[in-house]
Ligand binder design. Structure first.
Ligand code: G6P
Length: 366
């Protein structure tokens, strides 16, 4: 059965390897080739209702919050609807304005995180329209939201989220696609994204196939006391999630920063003992990210690039190459590479992968 390790060293490893299938399940029946859009019956909104949405607010905790941040970027770029993410743990305590023209999205693997559940209660009490993006079908958040999208990632046992994070990204891309296609996202862009989503499982399998190379790079950095993770715009939640993974399972101090903000403070910390992982997709921001890399190199900082761009040899200290995905979906491929990086760095330090100290898989208490 699913809960057994089946020869894998731990659940995190098993769950990372399941990602191509998990993505496939999340997409099944949800792509609409006639309109080059998504078919999201579980949300239960008509095209007209989708058009009436003026803002989107995404709520979650931990990795689910970072996925929400990625979703906000996708929705804003593809649908041109103002969108932002906030930790559900903050939202529930700050007496937020609840607006009837906003679509609220509660994101949770377990569907039991108390902070997220409390945010949903607060929203509903104030008349907000909230849908759930949840993995566990019979969970409290799924029940409380009443509509939404199940992630279909399958059971996730490891404390560190892997396949659930990936499927949150996929589900949010589907939502952004649907919101875009009832506005002015073109048929051609719709087709590009539909094809891009369908290509993801094979791309993720390609990254998993590169594991020995990624493990070798991760081991090189196992002696670092601190690491930076940087990315721009949609690469920023990828950097945050990459740093979070490393902290959770290796206990190495990792800090994520917007690459653009590095020069406004944290650059002071760069020296040969401070490696930086740069999320470097081949998108419009490539040149900007390359100049960030130059700034780091000029201070002697080692650079690990996670990239689907063609980098000249010797530009950075180490390169983790990922297959080229559609630019909006690149955060998903880059994140999976960073999961493997964190995993092998933690392994090199002899950490207990599935049971990191001080953490629980789901936090169901105050
Ligand atoms: C805990 C876990 C995190 C997870 C967060 C949200 O803090 O340690 O890995 O991201 O809860 O969990 P959820 O089940 O709501 O996605």
């Amino acid at each position: 059965v699913d809960y057994e390790l089946g020869g894998h060293p731990d659940f995190m490893y098993k769950e990372m390897t399941e990602q191509p299938d998990a993505v496939d399940r999340c997409l099944r029946g949800r792509l609409d080739r006639r309109f080059m859009s998504a078919r999201l019956d579980g949300i239960g909104l008509t095209p007209r209702e989708y058009q009436q949405i003026r803002r989107v607010k995404l709520l979650g905790c931990g990795s689910a919050y970072y996925a929400g941040q990625l979703g906000a970027e996708l929705i804003e770029q593809l649908a041109r609807i103002p969108a932002d993410a906030e930790p559900a743990s903050e939202f529930r305590y700050r007496n937020p304005v609840v607006d009837p023209e906003t679509l609220y999205v509660a994101i949770s693997q377990s569907g039991e995180t108390l902070d997220t559940l409390a945010a949903v209660h607060e929203l509903k009490r104030k008349g907000g329209r909230v849908i759930g993006l949840v993995n566990v079908v019979s969970s409290s958040i799924a029940r409380e939201c009443g509509s939404g999208l199940f992630l279909h990632a399958g059971p996730e046992i490891s404390v560190a989220a892997t396949k659930s994070f990936t499927n949150m990204g996929v589900a949010l891309a589907l939502l952004a696609l649907e919101l875009g296609r009832v506005r002015d996202l073109s048929m051609a862009d719709g087709r590009r994204l539909v094809d891009g989503l369908l290509a993801l499982p094979a791309q993720l399998a390609g990254i998993l196939g590169q594991e020995p190379g990624i493990a070798g790079i991760a081991r090189k950095y196992a002696g670092a006391e601190h690491m930076f993770f940087v990315g721009r715009v949609q690469g920023w939640p990828v950097a945050r999630e990459g740093a979070q993974k490393l902290k959770e399972i290796s206990y190495v101090h990792a800090e994520a920063y917007q690459a653009s903000e590095l020069k406004h403070g944290p650059l002071a910390l760069i020296d040969p003992e401070m490696p930086t992982v740069v999320v470097l997709p081949a998108d419009d921001l490539l040149a900007k990210n390359l100049s960030t890399i130059e700034e780091i190199k000029a201070r002697g900082g080692p650079v690990v690039a996670v990239t689907d761009a063609d980098l000249p040899d010797g530009l950075v200290t180490d390169v983790i190459r990922v297959p080229r995905a559609e630019r909006e979906l690149a955060p998903i491929t880059h994140s999976v590479a960073l999961q493997l990086f964190a995993y092998h760095l933690a392994k090199a330090l002899g950490r207990e992968i599935d049971r990191p100290r001080n953490l629980a898989k789901s936090v169901t208490v105050e």
